[in-house]
Design a protein around this ligand. Structure first.
Ligand code: MG
Length: 258
């Protein structure tokens, strides 16, 4: 059952998402060679708490940090660590915030210093896949319209969908129904309605669709060690179309210009 949120409830989710966006801006400005993902995690937690929020990932099924920080071939759920980021690395930062019992979730991927042409292309394709998924998030359509739009954009950009992970409903819980595949035929699954709130999140690679989980039990790495990228917005479906809650009106988008 996919919850239908009232305008007031969506405003509550929007408030949590506004903190997600603030954290993203702080981290985007901080990413540089020599900075560690542990530094980014500390900055994220301080920013979330300064705004009255709670880091949603910390303690979630035992996850130890406020952000997931996945470097290069790590696709999702990377542990922040003390090793400094290096020039040419690509790092994905995923952040979740709980505020007054409501959740917001967003991710972006950014180059550290100067990155390769191929890496820039993957980032651009993953952003385009997110945009396509959001554009397909229209009341009256069906759930897999989103999945199909993401996959088409990935293919158009020469990237591969990592199929084990996808988007999800969000609101009172960090992960709610439905699970949103990033591939597959359109026009299947539940009818989309105004009041649905989804975290849409393509996770793409330049090579393998397959991933394996590292010894830490969380960090997910492409089996062929190809570069991966991940962008995510929390989106409310309204009668007027999709509304990106993790990109407040008038605020800059987060992620490397490509
Ligand atoms: Mg998510």
């Amino acid at each position: 059952m996919i919850p239908i949120r009232s305008a007031t409830e969506i405003d509550s989710i929007r408030a949590a998402c506004a903190i997600v966006h603030k954290v993203q801006l702080v981290l985007e400005a901080a990413v540089a060679p020599g900075v560690s993902t542990q530094d980014l995690d500390e900055l994220a937690e301080a920013t979330i708490r300064d705004h009255g929020g709670i880091p949603a990932f910390k303690g979630y099924h035992g996850f130890p940090a406020s952000i997931c920080a996945s470097i290069n071939a790590e696709a999702v759920h990377g542990f922040p660590r003390a090793a400094p980021l290096l020039d040419g690395d690509v790092v994905c930062v995923d952040v979740g915030v709980r505020l007054d019992g409501w959740y917001g979730d967003g991710a972006f991927t950014i180059g550290v210093g100067t990155i390769s042409e191929a890496a820039r292309g993957l980032l651009a394709t993953t952003r385009a896949a997110l945009d396509a998924g959001i554009e397909a998030s229209v009341a009256g359509g069906r759930l897999t319209d989103i999945s199909h739009a993401v996959e088409l954009a990935a293919i158009a950009g020469g990237a591969t969908v990592i199929r084990e992970y996808g988007g999800h409903g969000i609101g009172r819980g960090l992960h709610e129904d439905p699970h949103i595949l990033n591939y597959g035929p359109p026009d299947r699954g539940p009818r989309l309605k105004a009041g649905h709130v989804f975290a849409i999140e393509p996770i793409l690679s330049l090579g393998s669709a397959d991933v394996e989980v590292a010894a830490d039990g969380w960090t997910t790495i492409t089996t062929d060690c190809s570069l991966a990228a991940h962008f995510e917005h929390t989106v409310a479906l309204t009668a007027d179309g999709p509304c990106i809650l993790t990109l407040p009106a008038g605020q800059p988008a987060v992620g490397v210009p490509v």
